[in-house]
Each structure stands twice: as structure tokens, then as C-alpha cells.
Design a binder for this molecule. Structure first.
Ligand code: FNR
Length: 365
């Protein structure tokens, strides 16, 4: 009897079978026509791999240092709200699995376990993602707690001055189920995410009330005054913003279109990666997310200049399909597929994954 899963797509199928359809839609969906969501994955098909031969690949090394933390693989868990939608244990299960894999975990501001619970479960590097809340006092309190709990970087998501039009959630009247909460924020702040307003999901009305759309470059100073942790901006898609990020002293950026959940029609994130990398000084790494589903996808993103990738949905598929063991499977598959790709490419170290690794897929315009 074969045992699986053999691919992340196997895990996806299992998750879909187990989750209520409106939760599946919340996880899986994008904004608008989902054009950007589809393009994120499709963009990987534009590249062919150029294998080199007669290279000693008896040891492939997937390890790296990222902002001073040692990782065993160039993969992290992207920040996502409410892991408990997928599995009752939630973020603490994710944290244990990420630690075991030697992967980074970026906990989300809308985590359904406390920052302290997540930190206690984590054995690897942990970063905290923030949105720019109108309630600056709540933000300041989170930063303080994150520092105290041992988080090593703050990731400010900058592609969400408002929430994209998630039509699946609107049509489903999706609201976060009672019993699952963004426990790191005070309940009054989050009440709207449990109500679904006409034509808008609970998430959307909540964000409208809580996110401050006035965020601009000069506000970054506020965050930097409150914390000595490295600041990472998530949601950069242009060379212009990459240059401004560097001028404002960020430690890293995440090239991301929020998994196609924000501006529908935005560039596929892989298409934006070269221009962002080209605009950053070499000491500021670019991370990448959007549509990474195989170890070969990781290799392509690294070859285009990403230092590491984040994966979003597949981690929630893992949780839904098998709890903590499901996340182990997802991260384990990505690692073994990446090692396979490196060996078969004749590129046994991450630094060997450069532009010469890639060619345009023949016939694809
Ligand atoms: C997200 N994402 C996200 N990003 C963020 O900065 N803060 C958040 O709270 C969330 N929440 C969230 C929930 C769910 C269910 C999903 C699927 C995504 C976006 C996430 O960090 C990442 O950018 C994308 O998920 C990456 O794309 P893939 O790997 O899902 O294709």
C-alpha cells in the first residue's frame, strides 16, 4: 500500500475534503476575478531549468542565515490569520512543525493562539506580522509583547490599506466562527470579524474599521522607535518601493501580492521579483511569496534573486489534512523536492541557484 502524501497537491485534496466549504473558500480564495491568484502559480511555468552535469551533488546544502537566524531550509510559513480554522490546535501546531523542519515561522497579528503560546511551542526563529492599526496603543502593546516573547523581527504588511474584494467570502457571508478569535487583540477591537455585513465578509468590515489607510513612509519611524527588532516590509512589488524601503532602513522586504487576495490584477509576484531584487542593495534580502507549491518552485524563486520563500495556503492544507503531522509533511516535501531539484540541477548549494539556472520555457511568450 503506498503511503502519501507525495505532493502538496495531495495534501490540498485531502484538506478540501475535510474543511467546511466556506472555510475552504476563505483559505483558498483571492480577490476580484482571482486573476492575480491564478497568475501567481502560472508564472512559474514561464521558466525552464538548465541542469548542469558532472557536478558532485553527494551533499546538497539547503541551510542559510536569514537576518541573523540559522534556517535549515530557505522556506518559511507566511503570516496567516486564524490557523485554528484549519485545526483546533492552530498556530502552536504550526510552530512545532516549523521548528522541527528548521523553517521560519511568521506569526500573524490575527493568530488564533497567543504570541506567548506560539513562542513557547516554537523551536526555530519566529517573526511577528503586523497590520497598521488605527489603535496605535494596541500595536505598541503587541510590539512590546513580541520582544518579550523572543520574536526576532517585525513584518509590517503594507499591501492592505483596505481589504481586497474577496467575493467568495462576501457570497458566503463568511464570518469567523464563534470560539475562534484573534486572541492577541482585545475582543472589542475584533467584534466585526464575527459579524457578516450585507455584501461584505466579517473580515472585510473588521478591516475597514481597524486598518489605518493613512500609513505612509514617514510612519515607519514610529515603529522603529518602539523596537530594535529588524523591520521587514511585506507586499512590495515595484522597484520604486524597494528603493524607498532601502532608504527607510528596512532589514528585508517580502515580494508579495498577498497570495492574490488584495489588488486583483496586480503583477504575479514572481514577475515582480527581478525588479525588486535589482533595486535593493545586496545587504537587504528579498523574500518571496505567492504560488510556491514544489521544491522546484523554491529553486526558481531563489534563482530570480529571492533569499528565501514563504508558503501560505499549503501550510493550512497541512493543518486541515493532518494537524501538526500534516504541516510536517508539507515542509518535509518542500525540503526533499528542493534537494532533488538542487541535485538534478547540479547546484548543491543555495548560492549556486543563480540566473544561469533558468531559461524561458520554449514557446511561452
Ligand atoms: C493570508 N495572508 C496574510 N498576509 C498577511 O500579511 N497577514 C495576514 O493576516 C494574512 N492572512 C492570510 C490568511 C489566509 C487564509 C491566506 C491564504 C493568506 C497572505 C500570506 O501571508 C501570503 O502572502 C500568501 O498566502 C502567499 O501565497 P500562497 O503561498 O498562499 O500562494
Amino acid at each position: 500500500m503506498p503511503v502519501g502524501p507525495f505532493t502538496l497537491a495531495d495534501v490540498e485534496r485531502e484538506a478540501r475534503a475535510r474543511l467546511p466549504s466556506e472555510v475552504w473558500d476563505f483559505i483558498q480564495g483571492g480577490s476580484g476575478s482571482e486573476r492575480t491568484l491564478a497568475a501567481n502559480a502560472a508564472q512559474f511555468g514561464r521558466y525552464a531549468l538548465r541542469p548542469r552535469t558532472l557536478v558532485d551533488v553527494s551533499a546538497c546544502d539547503t541551510g542559510l542565515d536569514l537576518l541573523g537566524s540559522a534556517l535549515e531550509l530557505p522556506v518559511g510559513v507566511a503570516p496567516m490569520a486564524y490557523h485554528r480554522l484549519a485545526d483546533d490546535e492552530g498556530e502552536t501546531a504550526t510552530a512545532r512543525a516549523a521548528g522541527r523542519a528548521g523553517a521560519l515561522l511568521v506569526a500573524g497579528i490575527f493568530a488564533s493562539r497567543t504570541l506567548e503560546e506560539i513562542a513557547a511551542a516554537a523551536t526555530g526563529p519566529l517573526w511577528l506580522q503586523l497590520y497598521w492599526l488605527r489603535r496605535r496603543d494596541a500595536l505598541a502593546a503587541l510590539v512590546e509583547r513580541a520582544e518579550a516573547a523572543g520574536y526576532r523581527a517585525l513584518v509590517l504588511t503594507v499591501d492592505a490599506p483596505r481589504v481586497g474584494r474577496r467575493l467568495r467570502d462576501a457570497r458566503n457571508g463568511f464570518a469567523v466562527p464563534a470560539g475562534i478569535r484573534a486572541v492577541n487583540l482585545d475582543p472589542g477591537l475584533m467584534a466585526a470579524s464575527h459579524r457578516s455585513a450585507a455584501g461584505a465578509s466579517g473580515i472585510e468590515s473588521h478591516a475597514r474599521e481597524q486598518f489605518d489607510p493613512a500609513l505612509s513612509w514617514s510612519d515607519l519611524a514610529w515603529l522603529r522607535e518602539r523596537s530594535s527588532l529588524p523591520l521587514v516590509l511585506k507586499g512590495i512589488l515595484t522597484a520604486e518601493d524597494a528603493r524607498l524601503a532601502a532608504e527607510h532602513g528596512v532589514a528585508a522586504v517580502v515580494v508579495s501580492n498577498h497570495g492574490g487576495r488584495q489588488l486583483d490584477g496586480a503583477l504575479p509576484s514572481l514577475a515582480a521579483l527581478p525588479e525588486v531584487v535589482g533595486a535593493l542593495p545586496p545587504e537587504i534580502p528579498a523574500l518571496f511569496d505567492g504560488g510556491v507549491r514544489t521544491g522546484a518552485d523554491v529553486a526558481v524563486a531563489l534563482a530570480l534573486g529571492a533569499r528565501a520563500v514563504l508558503v501560505g495556503r499549503p501550510v493550512l492544507w497541512g493543518l486541515a489534512a493532518g494537524g501538526e503531522a500534516g504541516v510536517d509533511a508539507v515542509l518535509g516535501l518542500l525540503r526533499s523536492e528542493l534537494e532533488d531539484a538542487m541535485a538534478l540541477l547540479g547546484r548543491p548549494a543555495l548560492r549556486d541557484l543563480d540566473r544561469t539556472t533558468l531559461a524561458p520555457w520554449p514557446g511561452v511568450p
